[in-house]
Design a binder for this molecule. Sequence first.
Ligand SMILES: Nc1ncnc2c1ncn2[C@@H]1O[C@H](COP(=O)(O)OP(=O)(O)OP(=O)(O)O)[C@@H](O)[C@H]1O
Ligand SMILES: O=C(O)c1ccc[n+]([C@@H]2O[C@H](COP(=O)([O-])O)[C@@H](O)[C@H]2O)c1
Length: 216
Amino acid sequence: MGGTFDPIHHGHLVAASEVQALFGLEQVIFVPTGQPWQKSHAEVSPAEHRYLMTVIATASNPRFTVSRVDIDRPGPTYTIDTLRDLRAELPDDELFFITGADALADILGWKDAERLWQLAHFIGVTRPGHLLSDKGLPEDRVTLQEVPAMAISSTDCRARVAEGEPVWYLVPDGVVQYINKYCLYTGGGCGAPPVEPLRARITSPRRTSVPLQGDQ
Ligand SMILES: Nc1ncnc2c1ncn2[C@@H]1O[C@H](COP(=O)(O)OP(=O)(O)OP(=O)(O)O)[C@@H](O)[C@H]1O
Ligand SMILES: O=C(O)c1ccc[n+]([C@@H]2O[C@H](COP(=O)([O-])O)[C@@H](O)[C@H]2O)c1
């Protein structure tokens, strides 16, 4: 499932969980966009924040994982590249791309749209306020799927935080706390240290200030 996830919310998670169960998918890979070229760049939070919120939101589900392919690839994010990268990582697996009704309606305007169908099967899910239709799309490569209606959008979540309104239960608890910690969506930072790519921290040497028993 590709998305800007700014922030990830329960609408994304319910749709992914429902499709995973109905289609018997081994795993759902959440792929936060690097530079979503159809959204105003100035308004999109740094990719590392969006990636970490997605990791926090999905951590408890053994069928959910998060990929860095889009945020590690420079330049605008195109699904044709996402699917090629995932295909290279998973050469033997069948790929499904989960997308909401609003995104599905625009898909013919995506880069190399006519080639997308060779790389994955597309599952379009219902979304309150948007008509779900596969008109003009190849029938054998697109499946429409009704999912429990969650009238939540990232836009609304950002607006609520900016107004000082709660986003509890619209997004996972850990994401609420992450938003507060880094003062996201408030129009200014709050002195929290900037996030570094997780990769860089994992590869740096481990240190402990607590001497282990028997040391000295
Ligand atoms: N409530 C929802 N129900 C079903 N699908 C959703 C829902 N919210 C988002 N999606 C789908 O999830 C994918 C990623 O969405 P995205 O990260 O852009 O979230 P968003 O809520 O639409 O964000 P924004 O409000 O910033 O545009 C898209 O395919 C979108 O259609
Ligand atoms: O490939 C494209 O041209 C393209 C254009 C717009 C959106 N997408 C993908 O659609 C998914 C949802 O995007 P968004 O902007 O609604 O978060 C995400 O995976 C995007 O990379 C892809």
